[in-house]
Design a protein around this ligand. Structure first.
Ligand SMILES: [Cu+2]
Length: 220
């Protein structure tokens, strides 16, 4: 144990990987039809120097495999949550990424890369917020409560995205084929939630081994 602690110190890593830790891997399949994208209800007046049309443009990225919007979270706020600072970009009237996942306590920096105004707000509770309209710079906000926040732009109601505030560091986003991996989880039994913005989420019990991995496939 002493040697393990020393190794961590030398390597300079903040969180040492527990020797008794396993991974959760699997595939998420979307078997139910996903809902239409949400449209925001709040309308924020643009400033006078830019005549907003409340956009008739489409903001739905084409050719996206919906499975990559799935978030897999290990529930429980006793596991460590290491705050991060990450960017959420508004460009071409689209939130990028569409689904952003951060550990609880993280700061999200909203970056407007268009040459006109945007806004970001959410009415999801807990954690509703509104950063007001802005342009040519960034705003930031800290997210301290675990929740999946549906976000919109008050100037472009069809701009829709999500900030998922995970309760701890143990989460993953599925790839385009629905595959995911959560690494280095202390051995034990956990509730694991499979969330997607446009279908019902599902929570399952997963037993994580002391070494190696457990496979948990889910149909949403
Ligand atoms: Cu906007």
């Amino acid at each position: 144990m002493m040697r393990f602690a020393l190794f961590c110190l030398v390597a300079g890593i903040v969180t040492c990987v527990d020797a008794q830790a396993g991974d959760i891997v699997g595939t998420v399949k979307l078997t139910s039809p996903v809902k239409e994208r949400a449209v925001g209800k709040k309308k924020i007046r643009p400033s006078k120097d830019w005549g907003a049309d409340y956009d008739k443009d489409a903001e739905v990225p084409k050719g996206v495999n919906e499975s990559e919007y799935t978030v897999v979270e290990v529930l429980g706020d006793k596991l460590p949550a290491t705050p991060r600072k990450v960017d959420l970009v508004q460009k071409n009237k689209t939130f990028s990424p569409h689904v952003l996942v951060v550990p609880r306590g993280s700061t999200v920096r909203f970056v407007n890369q268009d040459d006109f105004e945007h806004n970001v707000y959410s009415v999801s509770e807990p954690g509703a917020f509104d950063i007001g309209r802005y342009r040519g710079k960034f705003r930031e906000d800290q997210f301290t409560q675990a929740n999946a926040l549906e976000i919109f732009c008050g100037l472009h109601p069809r701009m829709n995205g999500y900030i998922v505030v995970a309760p701890n560091n143990f989460f993953a986003q599925a790839d385009g084929k629905g595959k995911y991996k959560i690494s280095g989880l202390p051995a034990g039994t956990y509730q694991v939630r499979f969330w997607h913005p446009r279908t019902e989420s599902k929570t399952v019990t997963v037993k994580v081994p002391a070494t190696g991995s457990v496979t948990q496939d889910v149909n949403l």
